[in-house]
Design a binder for this molecule. Structure first.
Ligand SMILES: Cc1cc2nc3c(=O)[nH]c(=O)nc-3n(C[C@H](O)[C@H](O)[C@H](O)COP(=O)(O)OP(=O)(O)OC[C@H]3O[C@@H](n4cnc5c(N)ncnc54)[C@H](O)[C@@H]3O)c2cc1C
Length: 379
């Protein structure tokens, strides 16, 4: 699909792909087995401009577009889906809302460190009782003097244990429900803000997933992000971009599954010939490639629409739905093509299947994606 890309986009993709292959690929399996957060890799990605690709240079970004970001997240996730989500959650869910809704002072204060990867961000919306129904969140923020005082618990937060800057959502007018939610920027080390339980997960094990606890956590009044009581809208707009990031992560997993399957099917001999000679294997490869390209085009379309300033909620949901199901489909077929070897940890394909599953769940489950798509159709 190179003919759809500009020379600048192709150069960026090739540069990130080379880095991912040489620096992330060789350590990806070990990192996820040992649950090691890739701190130095994230720092290097920051130096390459990848932690703030789609944001202006005046705030420390690379000044490129969202399509470039999509290509970078895919290229990273091809080798390590954990690193892919670290970049995606940081960029789509933290850099983006601060750039889009922050005051000039907030942008100048937070974006340069975030875009350079010096500081990592996390986005805390989900609570134990508020998942798909995020509007039912219970965390509160009360204005006491010139401080917002936060109380509540967030859970399942990507980058939660490593982030220096958190974008969090809390009720400022509880009786107004979704119209009473506001967004805030909270810095690590603020008294009353602590990291709770770390989750033990099926996949993306080199990324952290943490509980964040706020107990009378007082933050400056100026740390309100965007307008008071407009937090729900901020969250929904932010998640549209986030879903394209997750679709890109899923594309990387699908691509890895396809590439590994091609190599293996040409090498593995049974009945005196490579298994790639069997039509059963060829058909699996053909279906994998077709699903991948369909998912890639949907993700590219959504990213292009975002770059053009168009509305793209439905298209982002379609991209995430298709790409996540494609990642699971391709990883599953990759294991089948690898036979018994695919089921053991010596080969990467079992990791791809474990990593793929979460793309069907986070930043809105695929049931919620179907609701968003049909709402766009029926309005
Ligand atoms: C590894 C990981 C990382 C995450 N990272 C973050 C993060 O960085 N920040 C953050 O805020 N959150 C994060 N999340 C939370 C994630 O977005 C939620 O888990 C997800 O939105 C689903 O919420 P839930 O787990 O409460 O499931 P539930 O909402 O309880 O859903 C359970 C089931 O019911 C279905 N369901 C629910 N409502 C409906 C409906 N109306 N119609 C049809 N089906 C429905 C769901 O699709 C699902 O199948 C993360 C989660 C995980 C596991």
């Amino acid at each position: 699909m190179d003919y759809l890309l500009t020379d600048e986009q192709k150069m960026l993709r090739d540069m990130v792909s080379k880095f991912a292959k040489e620096e992330i690929g060789p350590v990806a399996t070990k990192m996820q087995a040992e649950e090691t957060f890739p701190e130095s890799i994230v720092q290097q990605l920051g130096e390459l401009g990848v932690m703030g690709i789609a944001y202006p240079e005046e705030y420390g970004g690379a000044g490129m577009d969202f399509v470039s970001y999509m290509l970078a997240v895919e290229a990273i996730s091809r080798y390590c889906a954990s690193t892919g989500v670290i970049v995606s959650a940081h960029s789509s869910l933290v850099v983006d809302p601060i750039f889009r809704f922050g005051t000039e002072a907030q942008k100048k204060k937070y974006l340069p460190d975030l875009c350079s990867g010096k500081k990592i961000g996390c986005h805390a919306l989900t609570e134990p009782g508020a998942g798909s129904d995020v509007g039912s969140l219970k965390t509160t923020a009360k204005l006491v003097g010139d401080k917002w005082v936060l109380n509540g618990t967030k859970h399942f937060i990507t980058n939660g244990a490593n982030a220096e800057i958190a974008v969090i959502f809390a009720l400022t007018e509880p009786e107004q429900k979704t119209r009473g939610i506001s967004a805030f920027i909270v810095e690590k080390g603020t008294p009353g803000f602590k990291i709770g339980k770390l989750e033990d997960k099926l996949g993306i094990r080199a990324s952290t997933t943490a509980e964040l606890i706020f107990e009378d956590c007082a933050i400056p009044k100026d740390n309100l992000l965007g307008e008071l009581n407009k937090g729900f809208k901020i969250a929904m707009i932010t998640l549209d971009g986030g879903r394209l990031g997750i679709a890109s992560q899923a594309l990387g997993i699908a691509k890895a599954s396809i590439e590994d399957s091609i190599v293996y099917s040409k090498e593995r001999q049974q009945f005196g010939q490579p298994i790639a000679n069997f039509q059963a294997i060829q058909w699996m490869l053909a279906e994998m490639e077709t699903e991948y390209e369909a998912a890639w085009l949907l993700t590219y379309r959504g990213s292009l629409m975002k770059d053009k300033g168009m509305k793209y909620s439905k298209e982002a949901a379609m991209a995430k739905l298709k790409a996540s199901e494609t990642a699971s489909f391709c990883a599953n077929k990759a294991i089948q093509i690898h036979g018994g070897y695919g089921y053991i940890k010596e080969f990467d394909v079992e990791r791809y299947l474990r990593d793929a599953k979460i793309t069907e769940i986070y930043e809105g489950t695929n049931e919620i994606m179907r609701l968003v798509i049909s709402a766009g159709m029926l309005k």
